[in-house]
Design a protein around this ligand. Structure first.
Ligand code: ZN
Length: 211
């Protein structure tokens, strides 16, 4: 692997080899990245996502999503139009926001591949449990930057990296569709590269503000 998929730096070290998988660490943005030779196929990915029990009737999952939605709701207005980017096949987060009166459109490359969204600008974008699946995060964050209107918010939920010694046995790493892992430094760098302000309101949540 020559360049970091998150920030494009070439300052990478081989961090871990385990069960034939190779993980790299970027010394610039501190992301950890699965070597692209181990990425699963699109058809495997789609089947895997269909198994997730992410329905809104699942109370634990709803409480989990509220960790992102609660700090985010203070920043946006019900008159704003937002986008749930990578919403999956049952868009629970968008449904919660809609039930609170917000207008939310959907995009997911597998389940809601509505390319019309790329012609619009949004006052807010949510991305829950999706960024860890990005094969090309740098390009995805650039796409999101293009989708964000002036004075808009972008909220992300993903499990932040644990201490190095816990990485190998971390449940989040062992999901074969999770290919990139972030920590605060990574998100600060992602924000720096796009001139976004960065806020960490609670565990595993980051909010970006585009001026
Ligand atoms: Zn990097």
């Amino acid at each position: 692997m020559d360049t970091c998929t998150v920030c494009k730096s070439s300052d990478l070290i081989c961090f871990l080899k385990t069960s034939k998988l190779i993980y790299w660490e970027c010394k610039t943005c501190a992301a950890k990245i699965l070597d692209p030779q181990h990425y699963v196929s699109n058809s495997y990915e789609k089947k895997h996502y269909l198994k997730h029990n992410n329905s809104i009737t699942n109370t634990n999952y709803k409480n989990f999503l509220l960790k992102l939605i609660d700090p985010f709701k203070d920043k946006i207005l019900t008159s704003d139009i937002g986008l749930d980017y990578g919403c999956g096949f049952s868009p629970a987060l968008a449904n919660i926001l809609k039930s609170d009166g917000f207008k939310v459109e959907l995009y997911d490359p597998f389940f809601f591949p509505n390319k019309d969204v790329f012609l619009k600008k949004y006052k807010f974008i949510t991305c829950s449990e999706a960024v860890e699946h990005f094969f090309n995060p740098y390009e995805e964050f650039d796409k999101i930057n293009d989708l964000l209107d002036n004075n808009s918010w972008f909220g992300v939920m993903t499990a932040f990296l644990p201490k190095d010694e816990l990485f190998e046995n971390w449940y989040y790493r062992r999901d074969p569709t999770h290919v990139v892992f972030y920590q605060e430094q990574t998100f600060l760098h992602i924000g720096f590269q796009r001139n976004w302000k960065v806020v960490f309101p609670s565990e595993n949540i980051v909010l970006f503000h585009k001026k």
